[in-house]
Design a protein around this ligand. Structure first.
Ligand code: PMP
Length: 308
């Protein structure tokens, strides 16, 4: 946990961030990869030599690649073609077999990001599909590790948890644990503009998915992993807000986080600005800015997108 300083100056709240890019493969998703694979090996769904097939924005794939190396498994990962080159390069370096899909395809398309991994796994004997988007072992990993670590490191003094929602594993697993310790803790999710979670949470309706550039957050469809009842409020962040916040985080705090870290900082600031009294806010920075040097941290790219 790191206490933020200049980036939250004048907001009247203390903001603490859990820096998850310090995990071995550089993201929060190492936790779920380890838990889903060790559970599957323990109960016989997976055996040494088997093939692991998953769809991932890149970070779960890195965690699964780590587990594949350590446990003698093979790894085929379905990744959107638009995923940052740095992530794709890291996956290739770890020996992952990549299947690149067009991220613009609708979720019902059999070739889409949402369908392809399940189809490959079903057609391949001895293949295991962890299914992070619907597997409750995803949020359980955070219930067992991220939640207790934050509780201990904050010495039990937390008012709010603010975190991005992708599969929902991080926010729901951590949030469940923290609420069990102190039911007054409020959990705030940050969803990108274009994702369907925000409308689902606030109105119960399934809005139309749109295009956005933040990697790792949001979805085109409602998935099984998130437990929306644990979430007290949900904010909607734009690509521009998240990316500018990530750049400020680097230059004001010397914390080089990715776009979802920027979204988390934006969420913590938005919450702090809305409160009448001082509060202790915890947030989570999921991965490193080194994975986005050619995008978020490139002035040229940011200008091309109209963000600078
Ligand atoms: N940020 C990044 C960079 C990610 O890769 C992910 C994972 N999809 C998240 C945030 C969101 O985490 P979760 O899937 O646990 O909601």
């Amino acid at each position: 946990m790191v206490r933020l300083n200049r980036s939250v100056d004048g907001l009247g709240c203390e903001v603490f961030a859990k820096i998850e890019f310090l995990n071995p493969m550089g993201s929060v998703k190492d936790r779920i990869a380890r838990h889903m694979i060790t559970q599957a090996l323990a109960d016989g769904r997976l055996h040494a030599g088997d093939l692991v097939v998953e769809n991932s924005s890149g970070n779960t794939a890195m965690g699964l690649a780590m587990m594949a190396v350590l446990e003698g498994l093979r790894c085929t990962m379905v990744v959107r073609r638009q995923t940052s080159q740095a992530k794709l390069g890291c996956l290739r370096a770890m020996g992952v077999d990549l299947v690149l899909v067009d991220g613009e395809l609708p979720p019902e398309d059999p070739e889409s990001y949402n369908q392809k991994a399940k189809r490959i796994a079903a057609a391949t004997p001895g293949a295991f599909f962890p299914d992070q988007h619907n597997n409750r072992e995803n949020s359980e990993a955070h219930y067992l590790t991220t939640g207790p670590e934050i509780w201990q490191q904050m010495e039990g003094r937390i008012d709010y948890l603010v975190a991005g929602i992708g599969t929902g594993g991080t926010i729901c697993g951590t949030g469940r644990y923290l609420k069990e310790q102190d039911p007054s803790i409020k959990v705030i999710a940050v969803d990108p503009e274009g994702s369907v979670f925000y409308d689902h949470f606030h109105t119960g309706c399934h809005g139309r998915p749109g295009r956005y550039l933040i990697e790792g957050l949001g979805d085109e469809e409602i998935i099984g992993c998130p437990d929306f009842e644990l979430i007290d409020d949900m904010y909607r962040v734009s690509d521009r807000e998240a990316f500018l916040a990530a750049r400020e985080l680097a230059r004001m705090e010397a914390i080089l986080g990715g776009g979802s870290s920027g979204a988390a900082l934006w969420g913590a600031r938005t919450l702090a600005a809305s409160l009448d009294s001082a509060a202790r806010i915890v947030t989570i920075f999921p991965d490193s800015g080194t994975r986005y040097l050619s995008t978020i941290f490139s002035d040229t790219w940011m200008r091309e997108q109209g963000f600078l």
